[in-house]
Write a protein that binds this ligand. Structure first.
Ligand SMILES: [Zn+2]
Length: 325
């Protein structure tokens, strides 16, 4: 089924790092965190993520449309949504509006994002209650709403994408505009609890678009359909890898699967060992690197993870290390 979206990756100039990160995230359903000042294209990229995810199957379309129908969000002339959802709730949203429930037991934003993208812009501005409520759905890919007369289960199987500013005012390190103290910046960043932070396998800096990029240089100008073809190929490899199991994506591999599917050659193994020891990586970071490297190798159509794949995956962990140690 061919969906039509009103946006396309073709519209984005430059931003090669963000584009690449988006492609890998979509291919392996990895959580994506983008850090940068306003106007660096974070929202533009997030909005276009559904356009590079695999085309909807009819079953998926029906499943997604059901939720929209319960919420009265389907236009009367359209029985099916026919596109992957993109939900971007404001940071003032309540935990209840995220999970759903209330007198009518209606699905919330987490379920409306199911099958697509949940984008949380300015993540540290969300209430602690709202951020904490994400933890269980991220684990179980569904939400359970308990009410007096019973409990309801709604799907909540989305890809988590978030954006952060470099500081509360958004202009750091431009000291002509930002006067946030180190303490204020740390407090702002620390507002994201570690268990949620751990969900972002890929963290990237969004840098301002250069004058040259603005005028057409440096951009690949590649459209969403071309990127989607590569993503679909990587997804097919994963479908085969995990057939007969409950796992569908590389990002959902546990310790056991990582060991089984991310075996490294001798050279690659000793490279990662050196990095692990010199950088004193945590076990969690180590597994994240392997999972992301697996997706990068799948995009390349490689059965074996190479050193190039590992190096790129390592790069996506640097930001987390720099900001959250
Ligand atoms: Zn500031």
């Amino acid at each position: 089924m061919e969906e039509t979206y009103d946006v396309d990756f073709r519209d984005i100039r430059g931003q090669l790092v963000l584009r690449r990160a988006a492609e890998i995230a979509a291919a392996g359903m990895h959580g994506l965190l983008m850090n940068g000042s306003a106007g660096t294209g974070k929202t533009m990229v997030a909005k276009r993520l559904p356009t590079i995810m695999p085309s909807l199957t009819r079953e998926e379309d029906i499943e997604i449309s059901k939720i929209y129908s319960i919420c009265g969000l389907l236009p009367p002339d359209r029985p099916l949504l026919s596109r992957r959802p993109f939900r971007s709730p404001h940071h003032t949203i309540t935990p209840l509006a995220l999970t759903g429930g209330g007198a009518q037991a209606r699905p919330g934003e987490l379920s409306l994002a199911s099958g697509g993208i949940l984008f949380l812009d300015e993540l540290p501005h969300f209430s602690r209650g709202a951020i904490d409520i994400l933890r269980q759905p991220l684990e179980e890919h569904k939400v359970t709403v308990t009410r007096v007369h019973g409990s309801y289960e709604f799907p909540a199987d989305f890809m988590l994408v978030a954006a952060t500013n470099p500081c509360p005012c958004g202009f750091y390190p431009d000291r002509s505009r930002c006067s946030c103290s180190e303490l204020q910046i740390q407090r702002y960043l620390d507002h994201i609890p570690r268990p949620v932070l751990e969900r972002f396998d890929i963290c990237v800096d969004a840098s301002p678009v250069t004058y040259e990029e603005l005028n057409g240089a440096g951009g690949t100008g590649e459209d969403s359909a071309s990127i989607r073809r590569r993503v679909e190929r990587a997804r097919n490899i994963q479908a085969e890898r995990f057939s007969g199991t409950r796992i569908r994506f590389n990002s959902r591999m546990g310790m056991k699967e990582t060991q089984e599917y991310c075996t490294l050659g001798q050279e690659e193994g000793s490279f990662l060992k050196t990095v692990y020891e010199t950088k004193q990586l945590s076990a969690r970071r180590y597994h994240k690197i392997l999972k992301v490297a697996r997706t990068i190798a799948d995009l390349d159509g490689c059965g074996l993870i190479s050193r190039k794949h590992l190096s790129e995956a390592l790069g996506y962990g640097m930001l987390e290390e720099r900001l959250w140690g």
